[in-house]
Write a protein that binds this ligand. Sequence first.
Ligand code: DGP
Length: 117
Amino acid sequence: MCIFCKIVNGELPCNTIAENENFLAFHDLYPKAPIHILIIPKNHVDCFQNVSADMMGGLTSFTQEVARIMGVDKSGYRLITNNGEDGAQEIHHLHFHLLGGGKLKWDHQHEDNRKSI
Ligand code: DGP
């Protein structure tokens, strides 16, 4: 069973922000911004490439609610999902990173993400 499934079933702890029947939001263990929340479906889906449009509908509303709860719905935030090996996905249970709580860097001029090309 994957780490996030263990969090869902209570085998591992997490710092919960919000949950409903289908989705769970909790603080990332290694935050990369003042606010760094992970948003996951409770049912195991390995990555974004394999999620259904139906599940994404619910996940979208839930994510918007998490942004409101964290107080960043108006100020702004960033949503990221790492997909697969080249996307540097470490945990193979679909999750969105919601990052915010300050002005995030987005350097079009200098950033080079092509680490292995
Ligand atoms: P990714 O590279 O997209 O698969 O990111 C996985 C994220 O999960 C990473 O930011 C660290 C976080 N993480 C890993 N293990 C745990 C854990 O046990 N609890 C919590 N809350 N976060 C975790």
